[in-house]
Write a protein that binds this ligand. Structure first.
Ligand code: ADP
Length: 363
């Protein structure tokens, strides 16, 4: 209750306003004393680690297990925190990839910066390092997968060209090798196209040309394009007679279908049937691509649409690929205003289903 004579206003006091401002930052700050005990904390500490360390507790008891540059970050005499807090302590910043710690709520990746204060205490700045780590890991994957996927066809092209230069080959052999060189060059071209597509989607620069489009026509073109790759698989297409027009980018829809159908072929045994069907629902059209192939385990289904995610089958067999295909498919479907999902049973087959908007005739 307000004492008489005190002016009561609805505005927050300076302290609580500052706390509110600090809580809105991406970085939290914990001040610890020379013994590593928490003095106070501010900013979004609870959102970062799921708890606010109690004043007087050891910070190392809340943030457990962090190590960087060969030393513990928070716990013990040789830790970065102890060194920052020692007389004449020096500031320290965690490497770009952040520090792995265990908190009560589970594992976390934190960016950490330590700054000695004039009072002899240390300011510990904490930020979420998970996103940056994900970006750095994607960069590593890009380098390792692309160099592998570039090297394999290039080595084959080089070897075949060498043979053709060094030996007097018959017409038939020459033709066969030229065909192989052409297919390997196509694989290289596809890889470069995928990297460019992923980068355009990431940067929001993917051009889009939405037009009223007949699904039947796009499918006819796609089926013709894939005819030689079906390897004896029977492809059935079922569309309802009253299928509305779609409001899509023809080339992008075609790319989505080619990709899903190529995967259906790639991950199913020769002769296994592949089916496409579509239905309209609430202003959208749902298209399903179903195969009876190797299927995908439930625990792997969540990461399929992420960049560079590939799943090794039980036999350790690796089909060529970059793990960019479904990432691009998802990006294109979402760009056109739809969504994509997978349902699959390991060993029995998969269904990839996506939606795109139906075209509404102007009234
Ligand atoms: P890529 O085929 O180049 O590896 P994708 O992004 O198209 O990349 O697919 C990612 C992974 O998802 C594949 O490596 C494969 O393990 C799995 N996958 C995709 N489609 C299917 C499918 N129809 N059946 C079983 N597994 C699939």
């Amino acid at each position: 209750m307000a004492r008489q004579g005190t002016i009561v206003t609805a505005a927050p006091s300076q302290g609580s306003r500052l706390a509110e401002v600090l809580a809105g930052l991406d970085q939290a700050c914990v001040v610890v004393d020379a013994a590593g005990r928490v003095v106070e904390s501010s900013g979004p500490i609870d959102a970062l680690i799921g708890a606010t360390p109690a004043a007087g507790s050891l910070l190392a008891e809340t943030l457990r297990g962090g190590e960087a540059e060969g030393a513990p970050v928070f716990a013990g005499e040789g830790s970065h925190l102890a060194r920052a807090g020692a007389a004449g302590g020096v500031a320290w910043r965690s490497p770009l990839r952040g520090v792995d710690v265990e908190v009560d709520a589970g594992p976390r990746v934190l960016g950490v910066a330590l700054r000695p204060l004039a009072s002899g205490e240390t300011a510990v700045y904490l930020s979420d390092g998970a996103q940056l780590r994900e970006i750095l890991e994607a960069q590593d994957a890009l380098i390792s997968i692309t160099s592998h996927e570039l090297k394999t066809p290039l080595t084959a092209i080089k070897a075949m060209a060498e043979l053709m230069i060094s030996y007097d080959l018959g017409e038939a052999q020459r033709k066969e090798m030229t065909g192989d060189i052409y297919r390997q060059a196509e694989r290289l071209e596809q890889l470069i196209r995928e990297i460019l597509d992923a980068s355009q989607l990431d940067s929001g620069r993917m051009p889009l040309d939405l037009q009223p489009t007949r699904l039947k026509d796009v499918l006819a073109e796609v089926v013709e394009e894939l005819e030689t790759q079906m390897e004896g698989r029977k492809l059935t297409v079922k569309l309802p007679a009253d299928m509305p027009l779609l409001m899509v980018d023809w080339a992008k829809l075609s790319q989505v279908l080619v990709n899903l159908l190529t995967n259906a072929v790639k991950y199913s045994p020769e002769g296994a049937p592949v089916a496409v069907r579509a239905m309209s629902q609430n202003g959208m059209v749902r298209v399903e691509v179903r195969d009876q192939g190797i299927g995908i385990r439930a625990e792997d289904q969540g990461r399929l649409f992420k960049k560079f995610q590939r799943i090794q089958d039980a036999g350790g067999r690796r089909t060529p690929g970059t793990g960019l295909g479904l990432y691009i498919v998802k990006g294109l479907v979402e760009l056109m205003g739809g969504a994509i999902e997978v349902s699959s049973k390991h060993g029995q087959g998969s269904t990839f289903a996506f939606t795109v908007p139906a075209w509404e005739a102007p009234r």
